[in-house]
Design a protein around this ligand. Structure first.
Ligand code: CMP
Length: 162
């Protein structure tokens, strides 16, 4: 396990989290809308790739769901077309992103969240976001090495956001 991908700590509350835009997001031409929600919240995208997910990487990503009835169809679905994998960074990024994303089941996702606004069914719920810092670290290390992540500070950030 690559622990160098971990960044956390009480000092500035800065965290990294992992996000994946699922095949339906690309097929429905929603990439821009979804990424825009993340950007507008104020988080920094520090890694981004368009990839065809292998079954091996998909099963690593969804390891915690192995054995569940939806697992097989989920792996088939996320390997059915290209996905976008991203690492984003900002204060409390894990919880903040989960809020922007909304509940797993679009029936429960509030309007104004990504899933609440763009998804109808759970399997095709547009986006995956890590549910803890530990899982974020594991998931980002499947797709990114530390030297592929680019940290920066937006010039207006201190003045207008924090
Ligand atoms: P995600 O946040 O990517 O994490 C696991 C995924 O499994 C979830 O989003 C859904 O796409 C899928 N999933 C979870 N529960 C169900 C379910 N009951 N039926 C179908 N798909 C599910």
């Amino acid at each position: 396990m690559d622990t160098t991908l971990w960044k956390g700590g009480a000092k500035d509350l800065s965290e990294r989290t992992f996000i994946m835009l699922k095949p339906e997001t690309l097929m429905r031409s929603l990439i821009g809308d979804v990424i825009s929600r993340i950007e507008r919240k104020g988080l920094n995208i520090i890694g981004l790739k368009l990839v065809s997910l292998s079954r091996e990487d998909a099963s690593k990503l969804y390891e915690m769901h192995q054995g569940r009835p939806f697992y097989g169809p989920l792996i088939d679905h996320v390997t059915s077309g290209p996905v976008i994998v991203m690492v984003v960074e900002g204060p409390n990024a894990v919880v903040i992103v989960r809020g922007v994303v909304g509940a797993t089941n679009p029936l429960e996702a509030q309007p104004g969240t990504i899933r609440g606004d763009f998804a109808l069914i759970t399997r095709k719920n547009i986006i995956h976001a890590a549910d803890s810092m530990e899982n974020a670290r594991k998931e980002m290390s499947i797709f990114f090495s530390e030297d592929e992540l680019v940290e920066y500070e937006k010039p207006t950030e201190k003045e207008f956001l924090l």
